[in-house]
Ligand binder design. Structure first.
Ligand code: NAD
Ligand code: UPG
Length: 431
C-alpha cells in the first residue's frame, strides 16, 4: 500500500521504517529539514534499537522523506503522527494537529481518488471527527464520506523498545466510521495481525481515542498505587518489592508495572494524564483518582531527598545523582523524575554531580542554567561524594563500587541490584 506519514518524530519515524519493512511504500512528510535529510541519507534521526538498520535498508526505495505535502497525493492513506503537547494549564494543545490537518487538506484539494486520513497521535474523544475532519473538509473542499474518510488508530509503543513494540503489539486498535476504512487498515496491518499474540480491536473513532488515554491512565495509576503501597510498606519496615511480587502472582493484577520508586515521567504519561484530567473537568466530571495518582507521583522525588537528608546534612554536601533520563534505554529527559531530585537537592544547598550514560547532553542543552557538575562515569560521580541517589535504573548501575565515596550513603529510587555490604547506609525508597 502507498502510505504517507505526517510528522516524523519518535512515532512517525518508527512507524514509517517498520511499515516499509513490512512491504509498504512509505513517504514521511516532516517540517524539520534535518530529520528529512537524515532519513533520506539512511540515518535514524532518533535513538531507538533496530531503527537505524531499517532506515538504512529502505531509504531511497520503500522509504522516503520530504517537506512537501503534495507527496501525499500518490498515497492511499495518511497517518497523522503529529505532536499533541500539554498547554500551560495541562489541557491538550491541538495547534500542531490543526496546522498539519490544514496543510494536508490543502494538498488533498486536487486529489481525485479516495483518501483515508488516520489520526495516530494521542487525542481526546471527539478530536478526529470534530476538529480534524472539519478542517480537512474546509481545506480540501471535499465532504467527509465523499472521497475523504477519517479514522483513529492509537499507538502504544514505548520509547527504548519502539520498533519491537510496533511490530509485535498486544493489540491493534482500529477506530473507523466505515467498513471500507476498517478493511483498508486491516490490510495495512495484515503482517502484524498475523502474530498469534496480537489482538485486533475494531471499534468506533471516539472509543479508539479514549482507549489510548485509558491505557496510559491505568498504567500511570498502577505505578502510583504501587508507590502508595510502597510508601506504606516502608513505614512498616516491610519490603514493597517482596510484597508486590506476591501480589502480582494474582493474574487479575499481573506482575508487570509493579516497580515502586521515584515514579513515572516521560513524554506520555504526564501529558496524557494531564489532558484526560483537564478534559474530564471540561465535561463536568472530577477525576479524583487521577488527581491522587499525580499527587503521589509528584511526592516521590521529595521523599527520596528527605530520606537522604536523614543520613547526610545536605547543606554544602557533595551528592552524586546517578541517572538523568526518564527511564533506561533512552536519552529522553522530558518530565524525568531525576530532574526533580536535582532541583530539591539544589534547594537544600547540596552540590550535585550527575552521571547518565546517554542523557547528559540533553540536560546541558535544555537546562543551560542548571548549576550542577557532570561526571563521565558513575565511579567519578561517586568519587568524594558525601552521599548518592539512584534516579534511573540503568543496568550498568548494578556493578557500582563505592570505595571512592567520602561517606558511603546511598538512597535508591529504582531498586538496582547492588552489594549493600559495601555501604555504610543503604536505603530503598520503598523497601
Ligand atoms: N513517543 C512515544 O513513545 C509515543 C507513543 C505513543 C503515542 N505517542 C503520541 O504520538 C504523537 C507523536 O508523538 P512523538 O513522540 O512522535 O512526537 P515528536 O514530537 O517526537 O514528533 C512529532 C514530529 O512532528 C513534526 N511536525 C510538527 N508539526 C508538523 C507539521 N505541521 N507537518 C509535519 N510535521 C510536523 C515535528 O517536527 C516532529 O518531528 C503524540 O500524540 C504522542 O502523544 C507517542
Ligand atoms: O513498574 C514501573 C514501570 C514504569 N515506571 C515508570 O513509568 C514511566 C513510563 O515508563 P514506560 O511506560 O515504560 O515508558 P513510555 O515510553 O513512556 O511508554 C508509555 O507511554 C507511551 C506513550 O503514550 C505508550 O505508548 C506506552 O504504551 C506507555 O507504556 C517511566 O518513568 C518508568 O520509570 C515505573 O516507575 N515503574
Amino acid at each position: 500500500m502507498n502510505v504517507s506519514i505526517i510528522g516524523s518524530g519518535y512515532v512517525g519515524t518508527t512507524v514509517a521504517a517498520c511499515l516499509a519493512d513490512l512491504g509498504h511504500e512509505v513517504v514521511n512528510v516532516e517540517i524539520d529539514e534535518d530529520i528529512v535529510d537524515a532519513i533520506n541519507a539512511g540515518e535514524a534521526p532518533i535513538h531507538e534499537s533496530g531503527l537505524e538498520e531499517r532506515i538504512a535498508e529502505h531509504a531511497g526505495t520503500a522509504l522516503r522523506a520530504t517537506t512537501d505535502y503534495d507527496e501525499v497525493l500518490d498515497t492511499d492513506v495518511t497517518l497523522l503522527c503529529l505532536p499533541t503537547p500539554q498547554s500551560d494549564d495541562g489541557s491538550l494543545d491541538l495547534a500542531p494537529m490543526r496546522a498539519g490537518a490544514e496543510m494536508l487538506g490543502d494538498a488533498l484539494a486536487v486529489k481525485d481518488d479516495d483518501h483515508l486520513v488516520v489520526v495516530k497521535s494521542t487525542v481526546l474523544p471527539g478530536t478526529t471527527e470534530e476538529v480534524v475532519a472539519p478542517i480537512l473538509e474546509e481545506q480540501s473542499g471535499t465532504a467527509i464520506g465523499d472521497g475523504i474518510d477519517v479514522a483513529m488508530n492509537p499507538e502504544f509503543l514505548r520509547m527504548g523498545t519502539a520498533v519491537q513494540d510496533f511490530l509485535e503489539p498486544d493489540k491493534v486498535v482500529l477506530g473507523t466510521r466505515t467498513d471500507a476504512a476498517a478493511e483498508q487498515l486491516r490490510d495495512l496491518y495484515a503482517p502484524i495481525l498475523e502474530n498469534d499474540s496480537t489482538h485486533l480491536v475494531e471499534t468506533d473513532v471516539r472509543e479508539a481515542e479514549l482507549i489510548k488515554y485509558a491505557n496510559n491512565a491505568f498504567l500511570a495509576s498502577k505505578v502510583s498505587l504501587v508507590n502508595d503501597l510502597g510508601n506504606i510498606a516502608k513505614e512498616y519496615g516491610a519490603d514493597a518489592y517482596e510484597v508486590l511480587e506476591a501480589v502480582g502472582l494474582d493474574d487479575r493484577i499481573s506482575e508487570r508495572f509493579m516497580r515502586s520508586g521515584l515514579g513515572w515521567g516521560g513524554s506520555c504519561f504526564p501529558k496524557d494524564v494531564a489532558a484526560l484530567r483537564a478534559g474530564a473537568r471540561e465535561q463536568g466530571y472530577e477525576p479524583e483518582l487521577l488527581d491522587a495518582a499525580v499527587a503521589v507521583n509528584d511526592e516521590q522525588p521529595r521523599r527520596l531527598v528527605d530520606l537522604l537528608a536523614d543520613h547526610v546534612d545536605l547543606e554544602g554536601a557533595r551528592i552524586a545523582v546517578l541517572g538523568l533520563s526518564f527511564k533506561p534505554g533512552t536519552d529522553d529527559i522530558r518530565k524525568s523524575r531525576a530532574l526533580d531530585v536535582v532541583e530539591y537537592l539544589r534547594e537544600r544547598g547540596a552540590a550535585v554531580v550527575a552521571y547518565d550514560p546517554v542523557a547528559v547532553d540533553n540536560v546541558r542543552e535544555q537546562y543551560p542554567d542548571l548549576e550542577i557538575e557532570y561526571a563521565d562515569s558513575a565511579a567519578s560521580a561517586l568519587e568524594g561524594a558525601n552521599g548518592a541517589v539512584v534516579a534511573t535504573d540503568w543496568p550498568e548501575f548494578d556493578d557500582l563500587t563505592f570505595d571512592g565515596m567520602a561517606k558511603r550513603v546511598l538512597v535508591d529510587g529504582r531498586r538496582i541490584d547492588i552489594d549493600e555490604e559495601e555501604l555504610e547506609v543503604y536505603e530503598g525508597l520503598t523497601w
